[in-house]
Design a protein around this ligand. Structure first.
Ligand code: AMP
Ligand code: MG
Length: 510
């Protein structure tokens, strides 16, 4: 366990290799040209301690979870032992941060150990975050405080359980070393897994340097890895762009349908794989308000809930711009094709959003006027300051009142101002083919009851950081692993915050 008493300034220089059961690395990114990364060993820590191992994910990756929990496994997570076959690198990228261009970013507090082919046949990056300084650290120390590591663990795993494409948390370890932030804080390392960590900013980095060869190599790599069907088309790079646009449209729709606010949608935080990344200042909304912003550094509300689809499209246009020279030699033709791909975003988003909303409203069919029904529901919710998650959950319960499952009415009821809207909804349901039982099943599966509410996340982090008590963290993860099944014994995890519990600001994980 991290204790501030055991701060150590000794830095071990060598990182021994250990044989590792089940870890068969195949490091395709490390085979790309040298300008893509810097070889970088994780910096060892004083005293690795186990926080958590994600058993299900370990098995999915073909790693023995018991080994990962052993001393050797924890030493690997903490960066003290390199698994055999790892080729640790820090990758370089650029990005627009809050709209401002930054030509040089990179893994400043993370190293990519390598890639594993999972038991599911999918290639996964295994990255250590908080593993020490790299050439891209600039002023930072390359370390991560325990709080942000726990936040990322909880929220990324909750997102996975909610069915949202996301980076995952394989394991977390305390370091025994303190990191200096507002004061001294216990340090930790997160072992993060993603289908890849290639960002829009990775393409921007090479485009800005007019390194066409690297840009082409990167596009080929991403096509092979994530968009193999694009290779079979007439213009693979354009098809790649179209594929990324479609994936991001679906991803952002899922965020919106869950009330998730990312908080730092910079172009270096958007992955080509279509997975959510960077759980710094993110949070789920409690009461619905489309203007909600949590991030302490987002003064203009650039990344407010309502802006997320538009910002995603803006970020995608940065990707399009970077890809232009690969799309067509003729610049005008390249621009026209790329523009068409970007222009498709709003419709793709709306389609995914409507499909998701129909599930939440219990509709099997789609009518043109459903969009108004949805907008009006959100307006009623907003005026009533009703809880976003529980409003939808309650609707699901109302779809088949006599079904007998446990109800959230002990902690939440729809305000009476919903009545006129509910009347319209019932009339709409009457025109739809689903029977009430099937309808309710569809609705319950689309509207979770447990989300990682900010006040619970904070409470959990405080218990761990202040008191060294990780029980609340484990319990919260367990509850969030089954987000669609309500049990009244877990009511406190579904209950919106009382006014004094509301967390108004979130901070990036640095
Ligand atoms: P992020 O907030 O994770 O999106 O990071 C933005 C940039 O800051 C990236 O280039 C990171 O590598 C860098 N960075 C963030 N935190 C640290 C840190 N503690 N030490 C060094 N670099 C950091
Ligand atoms: Mg980031």
């Amino acid at each position: 366990m991290a204790s501030l008493g055991s701060v150590s300034i000794t830095v071990l220089k060598s990182t021994p290799m250990t044989a590792t059961p089940g870890l068969a690395f195949d490091n395709s990114y490390a085979r790309l040209p040298p300008q893509f990364f810097t070889q970088q060993l994780p910096e060892p820590v004083s005293s690795p301690g186990l926080i958590a191992v994600n058993h299900a994910l370990a098995r999915q990756l073909g790693i023995d979870p018991d080994w990962l929990e052993s001393t050797a496994g924890i030493e690997m997570v903490a960066g003290n032992h390199l698994p055999e076959g790892a080729e640790p690198i820090a990758t370089v990228y650029a990005g627009h941060q809050f709209g401002g261009w930054n030509p040089q970013l990179g893994d400043g507090r993370a190293v990519l150990l390598g890639e594993l082919i999972g038991a599911d046949g999918i290639r996964y990056d295994l990255q250590l975050k908080g593993s020490g300084r790299t050439p891209y650290s600039r002023g930072g120390d390359g370390r991560a405080p325990l709080g942000p590591v726990l936040r990322e663990y909880i929220v990324s795993e909750a997102m996975a359980a909610l069915g949202v494409p996301t980076t995952r948390a394989l394991a977390a370890a305390t370091t025994g070393d303190a990191v200096m932030r507002e004061g001294m804080l216990p340090g930790a390392v997160l072992a993060r897994v993603a289908q890849s960590h290639i960002r829009i900013g990775t393409f921007q980095f090479f485009a800005a340097r007019q390194d066409l060869e690297a840009l082409r190599a990167l596009a080929e790599h991403v096509i092979q890895r994530h968009y193999p069907n694009a290779a079979k088309t007439e213009n693979p790079v354009l098809a790649l762009l179209e594929g990324v646009v479609a994936n991001q449209a679906r991803l952002i729709a899922r965020w919106q349908l869950l009330g998730f606010i990312h908080g730092v949608m910079n172009t270096d935080n958007m992955l080509l794989s279509g997975e959510t990344i960077d759980y710094g200042p993110c949070a789920f909304m409690d009461n619905f308000n489309a203007d909600t912003v949590f991030s302490s550094i987002d003064h203009g509300g650039r990344y407010a809930y309502r802006n997320q689809p538009g910002i995603a499209q803006w970020n995608l246009s940065c990707l399009a711009q970077a890809l232009l020279p690969l799309i067509d030699e003729d610049q005008e033709r390249a621009v026209a094709s790329a523009q068409a791909a970007i222009d498709a975003f709003p419709d793709l988003f709306l389609e995914a959003h409507t499909r998701g909303m129909n599930k939440k409203l219990g509709l099997a069919s789609t009518l043109a006027e459903d969009e108004v029904l949805v907008q009006d529901l959100l307006a009623v919710m907003s005026t009533a300051e009703a809880d976003f998650t529980l409003s939808f959950r309650r609707l699901a319960e109302l779809a088949c009142p006599e079904s007998g499952g446990e109800s959230v009415t002990g902690i939440f009821e729809l305000p009476s101002t919903f009545e006129p809207w509910l009347q319209r909804w019932r009339e709409r349901l009457a025109q739809d083919s689903l029977d009430p039982g099937a309808r309710q099943q569809q609705m319950l599966a689309a509207s979770p009851v447990f989300i990682p509410r900010n006040h619970l996340v904070e409470e959990t982090i405080n218990a761990a950081v202040r008191d060294g008590d990780f029980e609340p963290f484990h319990k919260l993860n367990e509850v969030l692993s089954a987000p669609f099944l309500y049990q009244s014994s877990l009511a406190r995890y579904a209950t919106p915050p009382r006014s004094e519990q509301i967390v108004h600001q979130t901070f990036c994980g640095t």
